[in-house]
Design a protein around this ligand. Structure first.
Ligand SMILES: *Cc1c(COP(=O)(O)O)cnc(C)c1O
Length: 366
């Protein structure tokens, strides 16, 4: 079959190692996986109940407009249903935004170096150029650098806040110059990806809700994969001006969200107890990680997410392999250009302790 060389040269996305893979490859039974920023609490039993009920209808197509789902989200966030777009994970929305706003082989997206990798991956697949602005030395996004780099070619600026894999966030004051730069411009979109919004404790975190209401070219992305514990069901949503929502609707594949997934939105979004416990597990875990990494003399970035980014001060591949052999899966971040860093998600306290103990053993032996 003849395929364009462009497609032939694409490399498939490499996800974190799965538990089954590591069990099989290393003959282990007990595995601690802290590699994909998943929810440490496990699935929400109320969500499972809702999903089970929805199984009775899986011979039917979902409601194509997702109006019930949109109403639940809209009322929760005090916006209108025409401000909401649903995606098969927020990753789908990232891809859709690029396809809507960027002309292939012509336009570019603008991101910070070390930003969440999906923006670059989606741009590449859609034959859209990527401009990466170097970070500051403390791994903070250089907002001034982004402002200075912005040209007519850039149609979207993606700003993950807080960022994955660093966990660093942009404050209300820091984001201002960028907002001023794009104010009133109909030719460039600022997409603020808030996958970890609920874990942020910083008091000066920007109120993105008011930003997207005040600026027609600001878009906010959220996901159910993190605080709501639905990574496997694949659900994300966008809050934006109705005009942008309407454009995305034009390219959306019909039934992109399953009816089982859609059935869980109400309980997932409104189960305050599960959300609160998810936050507490993460905040306690981060405190533990920080104090242990300090004791080990390893530098880390202060994290506003459900993971921590730290410097092993040596090549991460060997440490990653040594940890795997002992049943601990962390995430090396070489694909982000960080060859000595590792990202470790917060798990249950037992998992956190196992990860830290194993890390100590492994580092002691290298
Ligand atoms: C985890 C994550 C997402 C979520 O992606 P889904 O497709 O909704 O699972 C989005 N953005 C960032 C920065 C993330 O880390």
């Amino acid at each position: 079959m003849k395929v364009s060389p462009f497609i032939q040269n694409l490399k498939p996305y490499i996800a974190g190692k799965s538990i089954e893979e590591v069990q099989r490859e290393y003959g282990l039974t007990e595995i601690v996986k802290l590699a994909s920023n998943e929810n440490a609490l496990g699935p929400n039993p109320k969500v499972i109940e809702a999903a089970k009920k929805a199984l009775d209808d899986i011979h039917r197509y979902p409601d194509a407009s997702y109006i019930t789902a949109k109403k639940i989200i809209a009322s929760h966030f005090k916006v209108n249903t025409n401000n909401i777009s649903l995606g098969n994970g927020s990753n789908e929305l990232i891809d859709s935004l690029i396809r809507v706003f960027c002309e292939p082989n012509q336009d570019s997206i603008l991101i910070s170096q070390g930003a969440f990798v999906a923006y670059k991956v989606c741009a590449h697949v859609n034959r859209v150029h990527v401009t990466e602005v170097p970070m500051k030395t403390n791994f903070q996004v250089d907002i001034e650098g982004l402002c200075n780099a912005l040209t007519d070619k850039h149609k979207i600026i993606f700003l993950p806040n807080p960022n994955n894999p660093t966990g660093m966030y942009i404050s209300k004051k820091e984001i201002e110059p960028l907002i001023n730069k794009i104010r009133g411009r109909g030719d460039v979109l600022l997409v603020i990806d808030e996958a970890y919004n609920e874990f942020v404790r910083a008091k000066d975190y920007p109120d993105s809700q008011s930003l997207f209401k005040d600026f027609k070219n600001v878009v906010v992305l959220r996901t159910f994969a993190k605080v709501h514990g639905l990574a496997g069901l694949r659900l994300g949503f966008m809050m934006a001006d109705p005009h942008i929502v309407d454009l995305l609707e034009r390219i959306r594949l019909p039934f992109n969200v399953s009816n089982v997934t859609a059935s869980t939105i109400d309980v997932a979004l409104n189960d305050r107890d599960y959300i609160k416990r998810s936050q507490e597990v993460v905040w306690q875990g981060l405190e533990y990680f920080e104090s242990e990494l300090q004791k080990m003399g390893l530098e880390y970035c202060p994290s506003q997410g459900n993971f921590i980014f730290f410097d092993l001060k040596r090549d991460s591949s060997l440490i990653f392999e040594a940890l795997l052999k002992k049943g601990v899966i962390l995430r090396p971040v070489k694909n982000y250009g960080f060859s000595t860093h590792m990202r470790m998600s917060v798990g249950t306290m037992a998992e956190n302790k196992k990860a830290i103990e194993t890390l100590k053993q492994v580092l002691g032996n290298t």
